[in-house]
Write a protein that binds this ligand. Sequence first.
Ligand SMILES: [Zn+2]
Length: 256
Amino acid sequence: MEIFIFILGTFFGSFANVCIKRIPYGNSIVKPSSHCPKCLVPIKWKDNFPIISFLILKGKCRNCHADISFEYPMVELLTGLYFLGAYIYFGFSSAFFISILLGLYLIIISFVDIHLKIIPNILSVSLLIIGLILSPFNTVVINPLSSVIDRIIGSVLGALSGGILLYLIALAGSKIYKKEVMGGGDIKLIAAGGSFLGIYNIFSALILACFIGGIVGLIFVILKKQKLSDFVPFGPYLSASILIVFFIQPCLFPFC
Ligand SMILES: [Zn+2]
């Protein structure tokens, strides 16, 4: 079963690659079928297996031998491992299905944000709506013993509080630094995260994201890969933190 879940995850990773490349440009994720970005020749089904095809073709297009980005098999592997981890951790439960949907979205959002430094509304807003719709089944949003009504309220409050708090931070930051320090995309993403995590957990995720972002940023500055004043996409840190909190639900507040 574990192997099946992993392979299923790599196929979803393949789908994530298509979304990462097309959604920011408003292109259909169904048509046209996958093709080489260089020579535009459609990729045959036998060359379209996640990870394995990349290895067999040694990372080159079968037709024009152009290099295929290493990112494709990386996203497939990441998604496969994530699905496997979610299955081992949650078993077959509502939390498992919600976690793989949330994870898939956040993987796509992170890579789009890394490439283009934007989080498209169609991704963040649809994730927010899905979080609200699934809240009756989401036992992570408050606690497993809560009633369905509690979960719905928790999801709405999580989305509102996360969104509003980050909006205020962004507003204060732009006043202090006289430039935009946090994009509107981040605010919508934290609101979406709040709809999955509830009010207390979303604050934990936000604190964790700043912490991870600070450490990674510092390492990059030390390695001279970036300057302190550089704009760094916050989406990947937020995404990772939302997932970590969804899994372990640490409690940073005494009353939750
Ligand atoms: Zn080609």
